[in-house]
Design a protein around this ligand. Structure first.
Ligand code: CU
Length: 227
């Protein structure tokens, strides 16, 4: 989760998040190299006069280079970006489906793949009630339990206004639109407890509808919901 003085993205617990972080780091590295190279070149041109050639008209070699190098850089950005986009959408088979409904101002969840239907609401716990400690504005009364190392399809919609179901540690943000069903894959590679918040301004208590999901083993997951 986000802590004070954090500069980069959160530690990811899903494959999509890990891949997205790697792509982010690669793009930032490329950006820094281009900026440093450009600034160095401008400095040398303006102050040292090294690259000013009198009587210069054209150079096939130079034109070839300044076309091929940027093309290659764009290609090296475009291919992983497309791969990532399809990877996020991918998967046609799921182990489980979680239905998420946004409300003013709480989340309700449903699991319909189990023997008995599971449906519950998840409200934020007031900080004054967190007498055992905990994270202010992030703790909820009903944490969603999901199995890790499994493909979970999350269907997201809203009962009233626009919300957004966002969990940064999973590299995930899905808009909850009234009358529309959005879906995304969720898969954690390790047991974890992740926190998120509604990420669409949805009214006066928008800041007070956090999301909390814990990834546990199948056995623990079944013991949570199957009696
Ligand atoms: Cu909201």
């Amino acid at each position: 989760m986000t802590m004070y003085n954090m500069l980069l993205l959160q530690d990811m617990v899903s494959w999509v998040g890990i891949e997205a972080t790697l792509f982010h780091d690669y793009s930032m590295l490329l950006l820094c190299l281009i900026m440093v190279g450009f600034c160095l070149f401008m400095y040398l041109m303006c102050f040292s006069g090294k690259f000013i050639i009198k009587g210069y008209s054209s150079s096939d070699y130079l034109e070839f280079t300044w076309t091929i190098v940027p093309a290659f850089l764009l290609y090296s950005l475009g291919v992983p970006s497309l791969y990532l986009m399809y990877f996020m959408e991918g998967a046609s088979k799921y182990d489980l489906t979680l239905k998420v409904m946004g409300h003013q101002w709480y989340w309700s969840y449903e699991l319909n793949d189990l023997d008995s239907e599971v449906a519950f609401d998840s409200y934020m716990i007031n900080f004054l009630d967190l007498n055992y400690g905990g994270f202010r504005l992030l703790e909820v009364d009903n944490v969603v339990s999901l199995p890790f190392m499994s493909k979970v399809r999350v269907l997201v919609s809203s009962g009233d206004v626009l919300h957004s179901w966002a969990l940064p540690s999973l590299g995930l943000k899905i808009d909850a639109c009234p009358g529309r069903l959005n879906f995304m894959n969720v898969s954690s590679v390790q047991p974890s407890l992740v926190f998120g918040e509604c990420s669409e301004i949805c009214g006066v208590n928008h800041s007070f509808m956090p999301i909390s999901v814990e990834f546990v083993s199948w056995d623990d997951f079944l013991s949570c919901y199957v009696s």
